[in-house]
Design a binder for this molecule. Structure first.
Ligand code: GDP
Ligand code: IMO
Ligand code: MG
Length: 422
């Protein structure tokens, strides 16, 4: 037993892949419902329980512990991925208990095609997306031409919506991107097939979560991606297409913000980033490869090498601010166990020579920011058992700088490899 878990948001405090899945899985042991509130199969959450590894993209991580797993209106859903994941989990002996909001938007085949073609076309200016159709699906949602989960429940509406969408998308695909158009019949029959299987999972998520909270149930809200990938508050345009910050847990599910009790930020003891975009503390030289190998930093969804950097307290202080983080889980501290000295970025030096502890509001300042490092002592011993003095000092320094408590420290990938500090 780690925690009493009332309504708690688990949010990535860096550029994603902080170990949210593991922390959600851990806290899910003590909770009743786990919800995803944004994003889609761009997420890749790895959960390791004893000798079993689960890699989950679309379903909330609570599914591994058999908890009611809810996909909110703020999510985008690829039905092929969702149904495939449910099949796989069932084959492995789990009994997924999943409810999907009828208001969540569908990722359609043209979203994948446009994501891929648009990245190709951008060339050197590409975002480095996961190519899962996330941006194009959210763009259609905002343009009010998206297709929602509830649309598949009525074959006539579904066909009509696909027809309307294809009339435009096919021109775009052929003339702008020079790729194959989609056939109405083929897409409609494929999605009618998904409809049959999706039907039992569709429900009123807002009502369900409201009732759970009223009944005093413990509800977890699992963020996808991370703060610096947030559409409004991240390093735009090198971001994802949804609001990843904690406040969106309320919007993405359909409850009031006053229902949230706690916000746990998840941060690695260093930083990684997949895809393009500025990254002040990215490690130059062989230590980058060393961290990548020690941390197994390869993407869950795309297999891409993750870029690795030293802990960035300026960016983390920003994440505490924009999410309202009430405590932090610091994961993968074990990965740093072989270093003599650990650089930690405490300030940025800006173009005009001034130094700041606050995340720059202007992108050009951020792009040009130089990290100012302090070097903390390493511990050079494995983290099994109580944390050694130097590791405790590392944690304490982060707490002091951020003025937020670190309640959990990750010391290995398995569910059990965690030290609860409070
Ligand atoms: P998420 O997207 O935030 O859920 O994170 P990912 O699952 O994509 O990436 C985190 C990786 O680190 C996964 O392979 C986890 O199994 C692993 N992991 C999580 N916590 C720890 C930890 O404390 N130590 C180590 N060594 N690995 C961890
Ligand atoms: P989890 O939930 C890390 C990154 C992509 C790219 C940018 C936009 O596992 O932490 P998108 O496909 O969303 O349009 O890509 O965002 N990205 C992630 N990076 N972890 C993720 O999810 C990510 N989801 C998207 O690499 O830079
Ligand atoms: Mg991930």
């Amino acid at each position: 037993m780690f925690f009493d878990v009332p309504a708690t948001v688990i949010v990535g405090a860096q550029w994603g892949d902080e170990g949210k899945g593991k922390i959600v899985d851990l806290l899910a042991q003590e909770s009743d419902v786990v919800c995803r509130y944004q994003g889609g199969p761009n997420a890749g959450h790895t959960i390791i329980v004893d000798d079993e590894t689960f890699k989950i993209r679309q379903v909330p991580s609570g599914v591994v512990s058999g908890k009611l797993s809810v996909i909110g209106a703020g999510c985008v859903v690829d039905p092929e991925v969702l149904l495939g994941e449910l099949d796989q989990l069932t084959e492995r002996g789990l009994e997924p208990n999943v409810v999907v909001s009828g208001n969540a938007h569908l990722i359609m085949p043209w979203h994948l095609a446009i994501d891929q073609a648009s990245e190709r076309r951008l060339g050197k200016l590409k975002i480095g997306t996961t190519r899962r159709g996330i941006g194009p699906a959210y763009a259609d949602k905002a343009s009010r031409i998206g297709i929602r989960i509830q649309d598949v429940l009525d074959a006539k509406i579904l066909r009509q919506k696909i027809e309307v969408a294809l009339a435009e998308k096919n021109i775009w695909l052929e003339r702008v991107y020079d790729v194959e158009p989609f056939d109405l019949e083929a897409v409609a029959s494929r999605y009618e097939g998904y409809a049959q299987r999706l039907r039992p999972y569709v429900g009123d998520v807002s009502l369900l979560v409201d009732r759970a909270l009223r009944a005093g149930k413990d509800v977890l809200f699992e963020g996808g991606q991370g703060t610096l990938l947030d559409l409004d508050h991240g390093t735009y345009p090198f971001v994802t297409s949804s609001a990843t910050v904690a406040a969106n847990a309320a919007t993405g599910i359909g409850i009031g913000p006053n229902r949230i009790d706690r916000i746990i930020g998840v941060a690695k003891a260093y930083v990684t980033r997949v895809g393009e975009g500025p990254f002040p503390t990215e490690i130059a030289g062989p230590d980058q490869e060393r961290v990548r190998e020690l941390g197994g930093e390869y993407g869950t969804v795309t297999g891409r090498e993750r870029r690795c950097g030293w802990l960035d307290l300026v960016a983390l202080r920003y994440a505490v601010r924009v999410n309202g983080i009430t405590s932090l889980a610091l994961t993968k501290l074990d990965v740093l166990s072989t270093f003599d000295r650990l650089p930690v970025c405490v300030r940025y030096r800006l173009r005009d020579g001034t130094e700041t502890e606050d995340f720059p509001a202007h992108q050009s300042d951020f792009h040009a920011a130089e990290p100012v490092y302090e070097h903390l002592a390493g511990w050079r011993q494995p983290l099994d058992g109580d944390l050694p003095e130097a590791a405790r000092a590392y944690v304490a320094r982060v707490e002091r700088e951020l003025e937020v408590e670190i309640s959990l420290v990750g010391t290995g990938a398995d569910r059990k490899r965690v030290v609860a500090l409070r």
